[in-house]
Ligand binder design. Structure first.
Ligand SMILES: NC(=O)c1ccc[n+]([C@@H]2O[C@H](COP(=O)([O-])OP(=O)(O)OC[C@H]3O[C@@H](n4cnc5c(N)ncnc54)[C@H](OP(=O)(O)O)[C@@H]3O)[C@@H](O)[C@H]2O)c1
Length: 243
């Protein structure tokens, strides 16, 4: 492996914004992208597509709600590459939820298991490999729907979108970003949240106004920040998003 080669792992990379993040990172010189996917056929197909475009891409089985699969993925990366430079915690789910007073714990637990604990499990397992990088970067896919500042503003266009589980899961993702960034502030690892905007993917029934490629831009920027770049921030493509 060339010394300058960067290894990037993207969770939920078989489709949507995750696949586009993998593509845009893989288009950068010296970056090998590991496409995390819970389904082997879908993951292999996505990796084949990127390889056909000339990108150094490899499928890696990774289900963010399954500890064993995360540990196996970390073991594989350790054995083959010995380090990880970029981790993009992209995998996420959106369930149909009743309004907060009618919601139930089972639904909240299901959403949190993937969107919050999945990010925690994966980050924790990959941290020893990120510490071996000269420029470790962690990017967590968040959303303006998780912004307490925006949701507290009656003028916020999405203030009536009362999806407690999903929205608060992204608030919790932002908390993970801040606390991991603070813990790691004296290391070379930066931890940041990216807001992709409203994108046309399976998650949104393809109703979003932005393409998945546009949705990938903020995450790719944060994944490739220079050493003097920020840590513990929440950015969309245009700049900071309020917490
Ligand atoms: N689309 C938007 O407008 C929007 C806006 C703000 C934030 N986001 C966030 O951006 C991220 C990507 O969203 P998207 O729109 O691209 O959604 P998507 O098209 O539904 O893709 C979600 C990806 O996550 C994977 N995934 C789900 N559960 C998983 C698990 N347990 N383990 C591993 N992978 C899992 C899915 O795999 P399968 O194919 O196997 O299901 C899929 O690859 C999510 O975190 C989402 O919350 C999206």
């Amino acid at each position: 492996m060339a010394r300058f080669e960067r290894i990037a792992l993207i969770t939920g990379a078989n489709k949507g914004i995750g696949l586009e993040i993998a593509r845009q990172l893989g288009q950068q010189e010296g970056v090998t992208v590991l496409l995390g996917a819970r389904d082997e056929a879908r993951g292999q197909e996505a990796a084949n597509r990127l390889r056909a475009e000339g990108i150094s891409a490899e499928f890696i089985r990774l289900d963010v709600i399954n500890h064993q699969s995360i540990d196996q993925a970390a073991g594989f990366i350790e054995g083959k590459y010995g380090k990880l430079d970029i981790l993009v915690n992209n995998a996420g789910i959106f369930l149909q939820e009743k309004e907060p007073s009618e919601n139930d714990v089972a639904t909240l637990l299901q959403v949190y298991d993937t969107n919050v604990f999945g990010v925690f499990r994966t980050t924790k397992a990959m941290l020893p490999l990120l510490r071996k990088s000269d420029n470790g970067r962690v990017v967590n896919l968040s959303s303006s729907l998780g912004s307490l500042t925006l949701n507290s503003d009656p003028g916020f266009e999405l203030a009536s979108f009362l999806v407690l589980g999903y929205n608060s899961s992204k608030t919790a993702v932002n908390a993970l970003t801040v606390f991991f960034a603070n813990e790691l502030k004296n290391t070379r690892i930066k931890v940041n949240s990216a807001d992709p905007g409203y994108c046309a993917t399976d998650m949104t029934g393809h109703a979003g106004s932005r393409s998945p490629a546009q949705g990938a831009i903020a995450a790719v920027r944060l994944a490739t920040l220079p050493p003097d770049g920020p840590t513990g921030v929440f950015y969309n493509e245009d700049g900071p998003v309020p917490w």
